[in-house]
Write a protein that binds this ligand. Structure first.
Ligand SMILES: C[S@@+](CC[C@H](N)C(=O)[O-])C[C@H]1O[C@@H](n2cnc3c(N)ncnc32)[C@H](O)[C@@H]1O
Length: 256
């Protein structure tokens, strides 16, 4: 059999490959944990938009997928969630999450690019901020989110806006899902961060294909505090929103 008819996706991940962003987030973790709670792009742009999509969480069992240093993990607990699980692939991020949440949340190390080590029907809400972009296979990931959610369960997530990525990166083929590496210097020493750029239709169809109904869309807009703290960036992010935030739910009625 020639290579050509060997079948399979040539871009598919070898089981031995580490997650594409693991090394970057291990390197970024300390600076990220120190800065993300107040950094304008997070605190005054992405988080308010994503948070505005959350349902009332009181009494819910919740998963914060790609929780990083546990900022939203802590907020879910403080908002009255019955159970909060924070999950991330970076051990150093999970150490910071532990410092932040103590014993108020369970913390789990997992790779969202693999089947989640979580039982079916475990949660009422999955929240994920700026983390799914590091996983290539969104059909599989959103099917996993659907599996671990109960009937009527809600998924709220944010990701890089496909139009901003396409404008900045000028891909040769907008419709391709492609691995991209950029150097970030916004958190301290420059770090190469690898993620997957994808078109809008892949973003939405992965969600719909996993059985979710799209409920709400926010193209994150900067707050007044962002304008005060980052006047240099305000007009740009108003014109070209960097983050896309979505709420979707599964059919069915949640158990009371
Ligand atoms: C931009 S940070 C966001 C952290 C947090 N959600 C927040 O908003 O502050 C991205 C997070 O995704 C995590 N991550 C990257 N790839 C992952 C994967 N394959 N599985 C689980 N977590 C992953 C990183 O370790 C990092 O903590």
């Amino acid at each position: 059999m020639s290579d050509d008819d060997a079948g399979g996706d040539p871009a598919a991940r070898d089981p031995a490959d580490p997650p594409v962003a693991l090394a970057a987030y291990e390197a970024l973790a300390d600076d990220y944990a120190a800065k993300a709670p107040t950094k304008p792009y997070n605190a005054d742009l992405e988080r308010p938009a994503t948070r505005s999509l959350l349902p009332p969480v009181e009494g819910l069992d919740t998963l914060d997928a790609g929780c990083g240093p546990g900022i939203t993990t802590e907020e879910l607990h403080e908002a009255g969630a019955r159970r909060v699980v924070g999950a991330d692939v970076s051990p150093r991020m999970l150490e910071h999450a532990r410092d932040r949440v103590g014993d108020r949340a369970d913390l789990v190390r997992l790779d969202m690019g693999r089947p989640l080590p979580v039982a079916d029907d475990s949660f009422d809400l999955v929240h994920s901020s700026l983390a799914v972009t590091y996983v290539r296979e969104w059909d599989a990931l959103f099917s996993e989110f659907a599996r671990v959610l109960r009937p009527g369960g809600v998924l709220v997530f944010s990701t890089q806006h496909p139009f901003d990525d396409a404008t900045r990166l000028e891909p040769a083929d907008y419709f391709a899902v492609e691995e991209v590496t950029e150097t970030w210097d916004g958190f301290g020493d420059p770090v190469d961060v690898t993620f997957f750029r994808r078109p809008l239709e892949v973003t939405l169809n992965a969600l719909l294909g996993a059985g979710f109904r799209l409920e709400a869309v926010e193209e994150a807009k900067p707050t007044e505090r962002f304008r005060e703290r980052r006047p240099d960036a305000y007009d740009r992010v108003r014109r070209r929103p960097p983050f896309l935030c979505l709420r979707a739910s599964l059919p069915g009625v949640p158990d009371q």
